[in-house]
Design a protein around this ligand. Structure first.
Ligand code: ADP
Length: 481
């Protein structure tokens, strides 16, 4: 049994802006289920719906005083079971820091909010007299934990055998703040441990210090772990990562098949499995009707669900998608919102092909399940993708993913070869419209050949990206440390 102190600034279903929340929740659930002593610390934001939790005050962790450099805070700790699990959460309540109406802010003290959170979590371990085998921090927000343990808290022998892991969920976010705030770190004589070139440039980069000082650094897919050591994908972290050599590895995120399985999806009125796909066909007809599309049921439906940002590769669709819709028997449904240039493009596309294109603006959990189930093809042409979840959902739903060969997409989808019948999707490599065009045409050609298509769909539905597989890899890493 390993004891793991997990630090996460968001956790599904309480507080979620992205993949970190899903991993924090699912990994906690997995570790607890596998018999490990996992305690997940997370900020008690005012946005968390308290009525969903059975909350208990931790008696001996009330009104604790915390000093972070020149700043003083009082915090209290609540505990509750993670919904869907018996694992315990520790919620750090400190209204001046976490009652701001949103999870993340652009306030000047953003670095301080999470430095205080990290320190409060460490000090809770001290008060509990709990010596975790592993402190597992996530993204820039808690990335100072390894350095703090090695320096500020080095006097406390409680942590002598504690090892640290940093997981990077998206290297694009690094939490950089001005070097004038160095006093907030309270390192005293340990200030030489801060990245000196950055200091001279006037900045402190929390993520970089996690990379420098964690015993192991992971990211959310093996391919992304390699990519971020290059200048093309590393966003300035490549040198620090290369310096760590074998300490950097990739573990693909798992999928929560309790939520995402067409055999029992609670958002769908009909269910199906790989032996009986009639309901999938029926769901497509119903979705067309619901969205007011008049395409016939044999028209290939391409789906997409995404934040509309450059990372997701929408630029490649500007030329290729109208061309495909013009020349092939295909329909397109997209759910999401984001940058105006992409939203304008999809609005225009909908006007151009009113019978076959639907742009659903906003965030809609239920509709996202419908699109996964009803589509024949899923488009995910990302510029970069640390892991990506929708391509893995697509596989389980018998929806053939078209992905760019990058990050977690490359690790979860295998190119289909009609000659051997091996493979689960269509991959393309160059970040060019013509490459996506080729991929869409290849998929549509296969769709027109039911024998091949059925093999491809069946192969995908058999894939298993459950946390049972992926969680065990974290445990192996913990044990190795
Ligand atoms: P990222 O974390 O970069 O946004 P992922 O594919 O890893 O991309 O995860 C995105 C998650 O958010 C998926 O579960 C996806 O279904 C969901 N999602 C994204 N946009 C929407 C939306 N508009 N409505 C519903 N769910 C969405």
């Amino acid at each position: 049994m390993t004891s793991v102190c997990l630090l996460a600034t968001e956790v599904a279903p309480l507080s979620k802006t992205g993949g970190l929340a899903d991993v924090a929740g699912a990994l906690t659930k997995y570790l607890h289920g596998a018999g490990h002593d996992v305690r997940l610390f997370t900020p008690f934001y005012d946005t968390i719906d308290r009525s969903r939790l059975e909350l208990y005050r931790v008696d001996f962790l009330q009104d604790q005083s915390l000093t972070v450099g020149p700043h003083h805070y009082i915090y209290s700790v609540w505990t509750a079971r993670l919904p869907g699990s018996n694992a315990f959460l520790y919620l750090i309540e400190c209204p001046p820091l976490f009652a701001r109406g949103t999870i993340y802010t652009t306030d000047a003290d953003e670095h301080l909010r999470y430095l205080a959170f990290t320190r409060a979590a460490i000090e809770c371990c001290q008060v509990m007299g709990w010596a975790p085998d592993i402190v597992h921090c996530n993204d820039w927000h808690t990335a100072f934990a390894p350095l703090l343990l090695q320096n500020l808290y080095a006097w406390d022998h409680l942590f002598d055998d504690t090892r640290t892991v940093l997981t990077i969920h998206n290297i694009g976010y690094q939490g950089t703040f001005p070097a004038t705030a160095i006093g907030d770190l309270a390192l005293g004589l340990g200030e030489h441990l801060i990245h000196q070139d950055d200091l001279r440039r006037g900045v402190i980069n929390p993520l970089k210090h996690g990379i420098m000082y964690a015993d192991a650094v992971t990211t959310v897919s093996p391919t992304y772990a390699r990519e971020i050591t290059t200048s093309e994908y590393g966003m300035g972290m490549q040198e620090a990562l290369r310096f760590r050599g074998d300490a950097v590895s990739g573990i693909l995120n798992g999928v929560d098949y309790d939520d995402w399985d067409p055999r029992h999806d609670k958002h769908l009125p009909l269910h199906y499995d790989s032996q009986n796909l009639a309901a999938k066909f029926e769901l497509k007809k119903q979705l067309f009707a619901r969205l007011g599309l008049t395409a016939g049921p044999h028209t290939a439906l391409m789906g997409s669900i995404s934040r509309m940002v450059q990372q997701k590769g929408f630029d490649l669709m500007f030329e290729s998608l109208p061309y495909v819709l013009d020349s092939r028997d295909a329909a397109f449904v997209i759910l999401g919102s984001g940058e105006p240039r992409y939203e304008r493009f999809f609005e225009q596309l909908q006007r151009q092909f009113p019978d076959r294109v639907s742009f659903q603006h906003g965030y809609n959990e239920s509709l996202s399940h419908w699109i996964e189930a009803a589509s024949d093809i899923f488009l995910m042409p990302s510029l970069y993708e640390p892991c990506g979840l929708n391509q893995m959902y697509s596989l389980r739903y018998g929806t053939v993913p078209i992905v760019r060969r990058t990050g977690g997409l490359a690790d979860s989808v295998q190119m289909f070869d009609p000659a051997t019948g091996v493979g689960t999707g269509i991959l393309f490599e160059p970040f060019e419209p013509s490459a996506l065009l080729w991929a869409m045409n290849t998929a549509l050609d296969l769709y027109a050949q039911p024998q091949h298509w059925n093999t491809l769909v069946q192969n995908g539905m058999q894939q298993d990206f459950s946390w049972q597989q992926q969680g065990a890899k974290y445990v192996a890493l913990y044990e190795a440390l």
